[in-house]
Design a protein. Structure first.
Lengths: 589, 87
C-alpha cells in the first residue's frame, strides 16, 4: 500500500469518528451548546481540556523550538503547564460556582458594568481570533504534506469537518470529539518517541531516555549532544542563559496567559460540581504532561539524530554527500521546509553555526563557506518517524495526530468566540428578550461566521501570523486574568477600577509589542529595532504580558481605593463564589 | 458576626493559606530550581547535566501535577469540614 493510501485511511478514519460523535452528541438547548449540559465527568473533561489546550503549537512546533534553543526554551514547558496550577487554585472552582456560560458574563456581573463586559468581549475576540489563525494554517500544512492536496483545499476540508461537529453539537459535540482527538494525538506523539528513545538509549520511556546513556557512544545522551553541537559552533544544548529576568517574565507571561485564555476557562463550566472543577484541572495537567514530558526528549533526540545523519562519520569528519541524502530530506525538500544550498560546491551538506565568530576560523580551515542546510523547526515532530525509519502506519498516525491537535483547539476557540457573540453581545445587550431557541440559532450562526472568518484568515494569513500568538497571550495575561482574579479575591475592586485596570494592562502590553514588532504588525513600522539592547530592562515584547498584568493590578487597586466600594449585593456575590455550597449547574440566567 | 459568617471566614482564610503555600512551592520549582537557582544547583549532576536543567524540563511539571491534586484533595476535605460542600 502506498504511503498516501495509509495516510488517507488514518486521517479519513479519524474524521469519520469525529462526525459519528457529532451526530450522537447534537445539542438541543443553549445549556448543551455552551456548557455541554454541565454533566461532563471530570476525568473526561480533563482529557477534553488537554486536547483543547494542546494546539498545533504544542504538537508540531514546541519540540522544534526546544531542539533549536535547548535549555533556554524550557520556558515553553514550564509556562504552558504552570498556568494550570493558577487555574486550579485561583480561577476554575470559583467561576464554576458562579455558574454562568461565559467569561465576559462573570466580568460584567461582578463589576456590575456593561462596559466591563464589552472590554472583556473585545479582549476575548482579539485573543481567540489571532489564536485560531495559527490552528487553521497548521491544519492546512498537515493536509498539504500528507494528503498531497494544496493547502487551501486542505483548509476547506478541515473547516467543513469543524463546521459539522461544532455547529451541530456545540460544546457537547466539541467535548466528546476532543476526547477522541486527545487519544489520537497522544498516541501519535508518543509512539515515534518510544521507538526513537529505544534506538538511541535503550530506554522505552522517552522522559527517562532523555537522562540516560547514548547507546552508541556510551556517554550520557545530553553530554553527547552538547559535544556535537559545540564541535559545530553552536551553544551547548544545556547552556544556561544570561538574561534571567527576561526568562522569568516570559515564563510568567505564558503561565498567566494560559490561565487567562477564555477557551480553556470555559471547559471548567462543563463539570457537575466545584470539587469536580478542582480534580478536573489536575487530570487536565496529567494528560497534558504526557505530551509535555515527551517533548523535551523528542527535541534532544531529534537534534542528535539530525546531526548524526548529516555527519555519519562523526561531526569532525566529512559531512554526508548531497546525492546520498536520506529519503526524508528529499520528501521535505519538496515542501520547501528543508533547503540545501551548496555554498562551497563540494557536493556535501555542511550544517553548522555560521554566526559564531569563534568558529569562523575552524570553518575556513575545513573549506566551509557558510551553513548549507536550513531546517524549519516545525518539521521535527512531523518528520520524526521518517528520520527514525519507522513503518508507514506511524507516519499516517502523525498526520492524523497533527490534525487532531489543530482541529480540537480551533473548535474550542470557535465556541468561545461564538458564545461571546450570541450570549454576551446579542442576549446580553442587543436583544435580551431573545428566546432560548432564537439564542441557539444565533449561537450556530455566529459559529458558522467565525469558521468562515478563520478559514479566510488561514488562507490569506496576515504576514504577522507568528507574532500574533504573542498578542493572544499578552492580552489574556494583561487583561483577562487579573480582572477575573481580582473579581474573586477582592471585594473592594469596583467597576471603575476593573475597567481602568483592564484598559491599562491591555494598552501598555499592546503598545510595547507594537513598538518592537511594528504598529499593527505592519513590517517596517516598528519604532525600535527588536534587539535586546533596545528592550526596557532587557524585557522582550513577548515577555511583557506579565508586566502588563502587574500594571492592571496596580491601576485597578489604586482607582478602586479612590472611588466608592462596590454595592452590598456585589460583595455578597463575591462571598457566594468563594463557597461551594449551593452551587447549581451552569445557567444563563 | 454570626456563627455562619465566622465559619465562612475561617474556611476562606484556610483556603488562602493553602493557596499561598502551594504557590510558594510552584515558584520554587519553576522560577527557583528551573531558572534563578540553577547556578547554585550546578554541582548536583543528573543524567549528563545538572539538577536545574531537570527542574526546567521535567521536575517542575511533575511538581505542578502533585500540587493540583494535593490542593483538590485538601480543599474537597475542607469543604466538608466547614460544612460548605455542595449537596
Amino acid at each position: 500500500m502506498s504511503q498516501f493510501a495509509i495516510n488517507l485511511i488514518f486521517v479519513g478514519g479519524s474524521f469519520a469518528l469525529y462526525i459519528a460523535i457529532a451526530i450522537w452528541a447534537r445539542a438541543g438547548s443553549t445549556k448543551e451548546f455552551y456548557v455541554a449540559g454541565g454533566g461532563v465527568n471530570p476525568v473526561m473533561n480533563g482529557m477534553a481540556t488537554a486536547a483543547d489546550w494542546m494546539s498545533a503549537a504544542s504538537f508540531i512546533s514546541m519540540a522544534g523550538l526546544i531542539a533549536a534553543g535547548g535549555y533556554a526554551n524550557s520556558t515553553f514547558l514550564m509556562g504552558w503547564t504552570g498556568g494550570y496550577v493558577l487555574l486550579a487554585m485561583l480561577l476554575a472552582p470559583y467561576l464554576r460556582k458562579f455558574g454562568k456560560f461565559t467569561v465576559p458574563e462573570f466580568i460584567g456581573d461582578r463589576f456590575y458594568s456593561k462596559n466591563a463586559r464589552f472590554v472583556a468581549v473585545a479582549c476575548l475576540i482579539i485573543a481567540s481570533v489571532t489564536y485560531v489563525i495559527g490552528q487553521m494554517t497548521g491544519a492546512g500544512v498537515a493536509f498539504s504534506r500528507f494528503l498531497e492536496v494544496d493547502s487551501d483545499t486542505g483548509l476547506i476540508i478541515a473547516a467543513v469537518i469543524v463546521f459539522l461537529y461544532a455547529v451541530m453539537g456545540g460544546m457537547k459535540g466539541i467535548t466528546y470529539t476532543q476526547v477522541a482527538q486527545y487519544v489520537v494525538l497522544i498516541i501519535a506523539y508518543t509512539i515515534p518517541a518510544v521507538f526513537i528513545s529505544l534506538q538511541l538509549t535503550g530506554n522505552a520511556l522517552p522522559p527517562l531516555g532523555l537522562f540516560s546513556d547514548h547507546v552508541e557512544s556510551g556517554m550520557p545522551l545530553l553530554q553527547k549532544l552538547d559535544m556535537i553541537v559545540r564541535d559545530l559552533g553552536f551553544n551547548d544544548y544545556t547552556a544556561d542563559v544570561s538574561n534571567k529576568l527576561n526568562m522569568v517574565l516570559f515564563t510568567l507571561s505564558l503561565m498567566i496567559g494560559t490561565a487567562g485564555l477564555p477557551h480553556v476557562i470555559i471547559r471548567f463550566f462543563t463539570v457537575p460540581k466545584v470539587s469536580d472543577a478542582r480534580w478536573s484541572a489536575g487530570w487536565a495537567l496529567v494528560f497534558i504532561a504526557l505530551l509535555y514530558l515527551t517533548a523535551p526528549a523528542v527535541a534532544s533526540m531529534a537534534r542528535l539524530n539530525l546531526l548524526t545523519t548529516i555527519y555519519p562519520a562523526g561531526e569532525t569528519a566529512n559531512a554526508i554527500e548531497y546525492a546520498q541524502r536520506p529519503d526524508w530530506i528529499k520528501n521535505w525538500e519538496v515542501t520547501g521546509l528543508i533547503k540545501f544550498d551548496d555554498k562551497n560546491s563540494d557536493g556535501r551538506i555542511q550544517m553548522y553555526n555560521d554566526k559564531s565568530e569563534s568558529f569562523k576560523q575552524t570553518a575556513t580551515e575545513r573549506g566551509w563557506n557558510g551553513n548549507e542546510l536550513t531546517v524549519n523547526n516545525d518539521i521535527l515532530v512531523l518528520a520524526n518517524p521518517e528520520i527514525a525509519n519507522l513503518p508507514g502506519w506511524v507516519i499516517g498516525l502523525i498526520a492524523a495526530g497533527g490534525l487532531a491537535a489543530a482541529l480540537s483547539t480551533a473548535a474550542g476557540l470557535l465556541l468561545a468566540i461564538s458564545s461571546a457573540v450570541s450570549h454576551d453581545l446579542i442576549k446580553g445587550s442587543i436583544n435580551p428578550e431573545i428566546s432560548e431557541k432564537g439564542e441557539l440559532t444565533a449561537a450556530r450562526i455566529s459559529m458558522a461566521a467565525a469558521i468562515i472568518v478563520a478559514t479566510h484568515l488561514g488562507m490569506n494569513p496576515p504576514g504577522f501570523a507568528a507574532q500574533t500568538v504573542a498578542l493572544a497571550f499578552g492580552i489574556a495575561a494583561a487583561s483577562i486574568f487579573p480582572a477575573l482574579m481580582m473579581g474573586i479575591f477582592s471585594k473592594r475592586v469596583n467597576n471603575t477600577g476593573a475597567i481602568a485596570g483592564m484598559l491599562a494592562g491591555l494598552i501598555s502590553t499592546v503598545l510595547y509589542i507594537f513598538l518592537y514588532l511594528g504598529w499593527f504588525f505592519i513590517p517596517g513600522t516598528n519604532t525600535f529595532e527588536n534587539v535586546q539592547a533596545n528592550w526596557l530592562f532587557g524585557i522582550s515584547p513577548l515577555s511583557f504580558g506579565a508586566v502588563g498584568a502587574m500594571i492592571n493590578f496596580a491601576v485597578a487597586f489604586a482607582v478602586s481605593s479612590a472611588t466608592q466600594a462596590p454595592p452590598q449585593h456585589i460583595q455578597d456575590l463575591v462571598e457566594s463564589v468563594r463557597y461551594p455550597k449551593g452551587a447549581g449547574s451552569a445557567t444563563g440566567h | 458576626m454570626t456563627e455562619h459568617d465566622r465559619n465562612a471566614a475561617a474556611y476562606w482564610s484556610a483556603n488562602l493559606r493553602l493557596i499561598v503555600g502551594c504557590l510558594i512551592v510552584w515558584a520554587l520549582v519553576s522560577y527557583g530550581g528551573g531558572i534563578l537557582l540553577r547556578p547554585l544547583l550546578a554541582g548536583i549532576s543528573i543524567g549528563g547535566t545538572d539538577l536545574g536543567f531537570w527542574f526546567a524540563q521535567q521536575g517542575s511539571i511533575l511538581t505542578f501535577i502533585g500540587l493540583i491534586f494535593f490542593y483538590a484533595w485538601r480543599m474537597n476535605k475542607l469543604d466538608k469540614e466547614f460544612d460548605l460542600h455542595e449537596e
